[in-house]
Design a protein around this ligand. Structure first.
Ligand SMILES: NC(=O)c1ccc[n+]([C@@H]2O[C@H](COP(=O)([O-])OP(=O)(O)OC[C@H]3O[C@@H](n4cnc5c(N)ncnc54)[C@H](O)[C@@H]3O)[C@@H](O)[C@H]2O)c1
Length: 243
C-alpha cells in the first residue's frame, strides 16, 4: 500500500518497531524510479509508546507543514484457546492492535488539525473483526479487530466536521482484508495453526490474496477518490464474509 502511494507521487513514511526495515520495504524502495516525485522513508518506533510515536509523527508533519493520511497496519496475532488465554497476553494484544491504532490515529489527527489538513485515514482491521474465522482459534485477535471497526466509526464522527478554525474534515475508514500471504500467515501455516486448503476454500475466489492486491485500495481510501466515504468498513476478502 505504501508503494501505491509513492507511485501516485506521495512522500510515504513507514513506521515499524523493527530496528531495520523488512526486506519488502527495501525492495519497494529500490523500485522507485529516480525521477519520482514520491519517496519512501523508514522510522523505527513502537506504536504502543505514545510519547515516541507523537514525536516521530510530529517530526514528519513539521518537515512539509502537512500530513495527509495514515494507514495504521501494525498488528500482532496469537492463537490460543480462550480457556487458556493468559491475562498478560490479552493486554499485550490489545496494546498493539487496539491502543496502537488509537494512538497512531490520534497523533496524526493532531497534526492534521494543527496544519488544517483535511486528511484521510485507513485503519487496518480484518474480516476476523466481523466473523469468527472457522477453525482459527484467535479470540483476542478477532475481538481486537472488532474494536478497530468501532473505533473507526467513533473517530469518523469526532473528526468529520470542519470546525470554525478550519481544522477537522478528516475521514476515517477501516479496511477488512481477507487472508493475505504475509509473514504473519506463513507463520500460521508453519505452526499448524491454520490449514491452507481450508483458507483457500473459505474464499469465493478459491485462493488467498497477495499484498499487491491492496495497493489500489490504500490509494483509494487515502485519496479524494473516496471523498464522500467515512466511518465505513471496506471488506476486501475474496467474498469470504459474503457466503
Ligand atoms: N495477513 C493477513 O491475512 C491479514 C488479514 C487481515 C488483516 N491483517 C492485518 O494486516 C496488518 C498487517 O499484517 P501482516 O499480515 O502484514 O502481518 P506481519 O506480521 O507480516 O506485519 C505486521 C507488522 O507490524 C509490526 N508491528 C507489530 N507490533 C508493532 C508495534 N507495537 N509497533 C510497531 N510495529 C509493530 C511488525 O513488526 C510487522 O512488521 C495487521 O494489522 C493484521 O492484523 C492481516
Amino acid at each position: 500500500m505504501a508503494e501505491g502511494l509513492v507511485e501516485a507521487g506521495g512522500m510515504v513514511h513507514c513506521l515499524d518497531r523493527l530496528t531495520e526495515p523488512d526486506k519488502a520495504f527495501t525492495a519497494a524502495k529500490e523500485r522507485i524510479p529516480k525521477d519520482s516525485e514520491g519517496g519512501l522513508r523508514y522510522h523505527q518506533v513502537d506504536v504502543t509508546q505514545d510519547k515516541e510515536l507523537e514525536k516521530v509523527i510530529a517530526g514528519i508533519a513539521d518537515e512539509r507543514q502537512r500530513l495527509d493520511g495514515l494507514i495504521a497496519a501494525a498488528g500482532i496475532q496469537q492463537c490460543t484457546p480462550a480457556l487458556d488465554y493468559k491475562v498478560d497476553d490479552i493486554a499485550r494484544m490489545l496494546a498493539t492492535n487496539y491502543t496502537g491504532v488509537f494512538l497512531s490515529a490520534r497523533a496524526c489527527a493532531r497534526q492534521m488539525y494543527k496544519y488544517k489538513i483535511q486528511g484521510s485515514m485507513c485503519l487496518v482491521a480484518s474480516m476476523s473483526g466481523t466473523i469468527a474465522n472457522r477453525g482459527f482459534v484467535a479470540p483476542v485477535y478477532n475481538s481486537s479487530k472488532a474494536a478497530v471497526l468501532q473505533l473507526t466509526r467513533c473517530l469518523a464522527m469526532e473528526w468529520g466536521r470542519v470546525d470554525e478554525d478550519g481544522g477537522g474534515g478528516i475521514r476515517v475508514n477501516s479496511l477488512s482484508p481477507g487472508h493475505i500471504m504475509t509473514p504473519m500467515v506463513e507463520e500460521n501455516f508453519q505452526r499448524g495453526e491454520a490449514d491452507r486448503d481450508e483458507w483457500e476454500n473459505n474464499s469465493m475466489l478459491g485462493r488467498l490474496s497477495t499484498p499487491e492486491e491492496y495497493k489500489a485500495v490504500g490509494l483509494f481510501l487515502l485519496s479524494r477518490a473516496s471523498s464522500y466515504m467515512t466511518g465505513h468498513d471496506l471488506k476486501v476478502d475474496g467474498g469470504t464474509t459474503a457466503w
